[in-house]
Design a protein around this ligand. Structure first.
Ligand SMILES: [Zn+2]
Length: 243
């Protein structure tokens, strides 16, 4: 299990001194160490951001349906998900490490995640999303930048993150007023589990509600392999170096 780093050419000797190794195929520096030591490499993990999530074991695509706000048609939407991860963030000049399992009582919990920046989705995942969902990367007047989002399959209206994730009635939201409603909403979802071999730094945002147990409890769970390898477990190269 390797952790890949964003090391600029000018800092390669420094990275080497701290134990980083070069993968000539991926053209990337990486380290093999336990997550308690990731903070040593934070400058090459943040890549210009103030925090990073390092995903372990699995990545997820969550599949659901919702009514379009414009035409009312039922349309397919995707979301992202994580379970085990380490989050590193800068705080008062220090790098703090947070472990996803510190906050939960069960050992494995699905966390809904999102990004509207296409560059933050590993290319192999993106290829799968683009061929299975009506997604577009387009300029948003309200955000004043290009955003990657679900769109209605019928009328092409943008279904932004707020519609898909944040409203109480959003298809992926676990904010339901009663248990029966929560269960029936989750039963409409399919969680596609992508097993990963390496540890993948991601700049996704991740939410948590006390009802998150309901994802694994009630949604349908499927394996999704993004590699041609027999075991189906994706390495860094399988996710990032695609033809
Ligand atoms: Zn529509």
């Amino acid at each position: 299990m390797s952790l890949y780093l964003y090391v600029p050419y000018s800092q390669k000797e420094e990275a080497k001194k701290l134990g980083a190794k070069w993968n000539p195929g991926a053209k990337k520096w990486y380290v093999n160490c336990s997550c308690e030591h990731y903070d040593k490499y934070s400058q090459w993990l943040f890549n210009g951001n103030s925090s990073v999530i390092v995903a372990m074991d699995e990545l997820f695509i969550i599949d659901g349906k919702m009514r379009c706000w414009r035409c009312g048609a039922l349309t397919k939407v995707f979301g992202l998900g994580l379970n085990n991860f380490v989050r590193l963030f800068a705080h008062e000049g220090k790098v703090i490490t947070e472990y996803s399992h510190e906050f939960i009582t069960t050992h494995s919990l699905f966390r809904l995640a999102y990004t509207d920046k296409i560059k933050y989705i590993p290319p192999a995942m993106l290829r799968y999303i683009e061929s299975n969902y009506n997604v577009k990367n387009q300029y948003s007047k309200s955000k004043k930048r290009v955003v990657f989002a679900n769109h209605c399959e019928k009328c092409m209206a943008r279904l932004g993150n707020w519609y898909v994730y944040d409203r109480n009635e959003s298809p992926f939201s676990t904010e339901a007023s009663n248990g029966r409603e929560l269960q029936s909403r989750m039963e409409c979802l399919t969680i596609k589990c992508i097993p990963i071999y390496d540890e993948i730094p991601l700049f996704w945002k991740c939410s948590y509600t006390p009802n998150d147990f309901a994802y694994f409890e009630y949604a349908k769970i499927e394996n999704l392999s993004l590699t041609n390898k027999k075991d189906g477990i994706a390495s860094y190269s399988d996710l990032y170096l695609i033809d």
